[in-house]
Design a protein around this ligand. Structure first.
Ligand code: MOS
Length: 787
């Protein structure tokens, strides 16, 4: 298709202000390079139909009715004839040799199917990045709750009794339980140095700066583990036999990750493995990798018994055995001039990966790239590493390492500002990166970035300056102290660096015989709105109603590999493929002569029907191509880390009770620039949910460890914020359309996890005068400093 509009006109259309949710949103003047051919396709398809288009409107959630009426079927709602249940027998120790396994008690063991590592037909590891994690421990165990044996039986209550009567004898070995002990190599528990992965980012030379610097400021910052706590626990059902291969249904983010892992586990050809995502009650990263494990377990039991096997974790098992957010330690050394310009930043970022590598390299990567934030500094060195401990592997959780490193940075910059006698906002303002300047990886910012304007607006919306003044003047003897603080940050969308190029994601679109369009994608709906925004993007591109669009259930036998549902990539990366796939359909229909430009919806539907009747099925596929001028060096960790970033300033107002030492967030302003907003209600929901989850990360969610095991693995003692603990979260968007996102959209899912923790601790510092540098910040810790 050709671009029939001059570039400026494209922009005039695309940069129209957001309607609906936020009337105050203003729009930046367009300044990014003109659209490439894909963008022009979007525009020409919009011609004359602006008012009927659905991007920018809060279309109702596609599967909302099914969910609220209870018609949606989750994995535990499904049963199959002759289905058995499966359970997992897990390690009771952190590290050691498995000496003996005995089947004790008054249990009819002959009726129970037992699977051990010896029963695995293929390779005994969960294929992911470096394949060090076994499906079933074989002779050695490296963390508490590691899977050792699987049991299956039709009676799940008998099975639970049986699980308790498996006796495993161990020869215990010394183990590591803290990041510090691992860094200090108190024991070597993984490889030669306990290090799964490390990165070095160098810009300029920080070593040349220290001596001549006006001021050098050091700091150390810590973040704790956090449980994803999706509403629906992990669960799967498998059918597996040599004749038909392996089929798995389950709650998951990434059907093709599970597919890849099962191919190796069973040593079967790809077409003998089928993975189907069922309705999924939340993921937050927690269902990125673990479903490959539980799917393999159910499939191994199914393979041995010849019957369908269901494994559903209860909450306690899900919390104690599956992944959490990586705990972290960050050290900063920063040089500044007298007038508050950053001249050198040296950052040492370490995350605790747990017992196996799993996704730690990618979590570390994102944490590393975000560690120096949206600031311009000529000399930066970031060293980072992910290290091993004998806890269950830590994994993906909303933000992928960025919330950890951004927390450290924003806390540290408050300290630096204080040291040179500048207000936190004035100090940030003097150092924000702007168009044409470079980030820590020397990525040249090629889009209009106005962090200073975002900051102004966020501080105005929150009445920041007036409140600082007011709180400072309040009675120093009062029991309740009030404070206000902010954080400024950015978050890259999509896979890091060349990641999207390697993924080669594909999306299909099908015109059906009944005159509808079906999106074929492996991107999963996990509550965040994938089905709805894909329908809106497709409808917008075709000039039809969103109701005309169906989204296929992710099933590896019928949808292409669109990559994983992670990393804030679904809207921006996969959504763009949805857009170009449906434009391919339209092009084919027009090319066949069955459809004329300027069509209405009826004509479009008729064209689909006639095409299928005359020529058979019509499917078009679109494959990812990187935007031009995105260059990334994986060796040096230099260049364009992401195609684009979302930019944000969050402001928190808190009260601290000097009797109970509780902190309450009283007001929260979340202002962000995320490109075009596809669906204002869903987008605001993402921000509100992420901020709520981040408030939990900051003030409530405390994983208590005992020798590598979480011991508060229930919702009665792992406390998350309730509605009473969450303030009004005031969400504001600015729109600066991104040329290579669908209708100009960027990613949004992870961003809101980044800003709350540093903003809240900054507000607590403002309230109490004490600079806390770790989360979760529990009342006990506050009491220690404030009493
Ligand atoms: Mo997410 S932490 O990218 O699953």
């Amino acid at each position: 298709m050709s671009c029939s509009f001059p570039a400026l006109k494209c922009w005039a259309i695309l940069s129209r202000p957001l309607r609906g949710l936020n009337k105050n949103a203003k729009t930046f003047a367009p300044s990014v390079a003109p659209f490439g051919p894909l963008g022009c396709n979007v525009i020409s398809s919009m011609s004359g139909k602006i008012n009927e288009h659905v991007v920018g409107k809060s279309a109702p959630r596609k599967e909302g009715r099914r969910k609220v009426t209870g018609a949606a079927l989750y994995i535990d709602d499904l049963t199959f004839p002759e289905m058995l249940h499966g359970v997992t027998v897990r390690s009771s120790i952190a590290r050691g040799l498995i000496k003996n396994i005995a089947f004790a008690g008054d249990i009819p063991w002959a009726e129970i199917t037992v699977v051990t590592a010896k029963d695995i037909p293929g390779e005994n590891h969960v294929a992911l990045i470096i394949n060090d994690q076994p499906y079933l421990a074989d002779g050695v165990t490296n963390h508490p709750e590691e899977a050792i044996i699987l049991l299956a039986h039709a009676d799940k209550y008998l099975l639970e009794e049986a699980r308790r009567n498996v006796r495993i004898d161990y020869d215990e070995s010394p183990a590591l339980f803290t990041l510090e002990d691992s860094v200090n190599k108190k024991e070597i528990i993984w490889g030669e140095d306990n290090v799964f992965k490390s990165f070095l980012v160098e810009k300029g030379n920080v070593d040349d700066v220290w001596e001549s610097a006006d001021l050098v400021v050091d700091g150390e910052y810590h973040t704790g583990a956090q449980e994803q706590l999706y509403i629906e626990n992990n669960g799967v059902i498998a059918i597996a036999n040599p004749a038909e291969g392996v089929t798995v249904w389950g709650s998951m983010q990434c059907p093709y990750y599970v597919h890849k892992a099962l191919v190796k586990l069973f040593a079967l050809p790809e077409d003998k493995i089928r993975v189907i995502q069922t309705e999924t009650g939340g993921g937050f990263g927690g269902k990125e990798e673990y479903p490959s494990m539980i799917a393999g377990h159910a499939a191994l039991l199914a393979w041995k018994t010849g019957k369908p096997v269901k494994i559903i974790y209860d909450r306690a098992e899900d919390m104690v055995a599956t992944t959490k957010r990586h705990p972290s330690r960050t050290r900063h050394r920063t040089a500044v001039t007298k007038d508050g310009k950053l001249t050198a930043m040296e950052i040492d970022f370490v995350i605790d990966g747990g017992a196996y590598c799993t996704l730690s390299p990618v979590v570390l990567s994102r944490g590393t790239i975000h560690a120096a934030g949206p600031y311009s500094c000529p000399n930066v060195r970031i060293r980072s590493s992910a290290v091993a401990t004998n806890t269950p592997p830590h994994g993906a959780f909303r933000g992928f390492g960025a919330p950890q490193s951004i927390f450290a940075l924003e806390r540290h910059l408050d300290k630096v500002a204080h040291a040179i006698g500048l207000e936190p906002d004035e100090f940030r303002r003097r150092n924000f990166v702007t168009e044409g300047q470079t980030t820590a990886t020397s990525q040249v910012i090629r889009e209009k970035v106005e962090m200073g304007q975002l900051l102004d607006r966020a501080l105005k919306l929150s009445d920041y300056h007036a409140k600082r003044e007011k709180f400072a003047g309040e009675n120093p003897t009062s029991r309740i102290k009030k404070g206000i603080g902010f954080a400024s940050f950015m978050h890259g969308a999509g896979f890091t660096g060349s990641g999207e190029v390697y993924l080669q994601s594909v999306v299909g679109a099908e015109a059906t015989a009944d005159g509808r369009v079906k999106i074929l994608s492996a991107s999963t709906e996990i509550g965040q709105g994938t089905n709805t925004i894909f329908s809106q993007i497709a409808a917008d591109a075709l000039g039809v109603d969103a109701d005309l669009i169906d989204v296929a259930q992710p099933d590896t036998s019928s949808v292409p590999n669109s990559g994983p549902t992670v990393a804030s990539r679904t809207c921006m990366i996969v959504g763009k493929l949805v857009e170009s796939a449906v434009l391919g359909l339209k092009q084919t229909l027009i090319g066949s002569g069955l459809l004329q430009e300027g069509y209405d919806q009826k004509e479009f539907q008729n064209a689909c029907r006639h095409y299928v009747a005359q020529f058979g099925a019509l499917k078009t596929f679109s494959k990812y191509q990187p935007p031009p001028n995105v260059n990334w060096d994986d060796e040096k960790y230099q260049g364009d880390a992401y195609g684009t970033y979302a930019w944000a300033v969050y402001v928190a107002e808190v009260s601290v009770d000097l009797l109970t030492y509780e902190a309450h967030v009283q007001d929260f302003v979340a202002l962000q620039e995320v490109g075009r907003v596809i669906n204002p209600v869903l987008a605001a929901g993402q921000i509100e949910g992420g901020v709520g989850q981040a408030i939990g990360f900051t003030l409530f969610e405390n994983v208590v460890w005992d020798k590598g095991r979480m011991i508060n693995n229930q919702m009665t003692n792992y406390i998350i914020p309730t509605a009473a603990d969450i303030p009004p979260i005031r969400v504001f968007f600015e729109e600066n359309p991104y040329a290579y996102g669908p209708s100009g959209a960027k990613g949004i899912g992870e961003l809101p996890m980044d800003g709350a923790a540093p903003a809240i601790l900054s507000a607590i510092e403002n309230a109490t005068g004490v600079r806390f540098n770790h989360v979760p910040l529990m009342p006990e810790a506050m009491m220690k400093e404030l009493v």
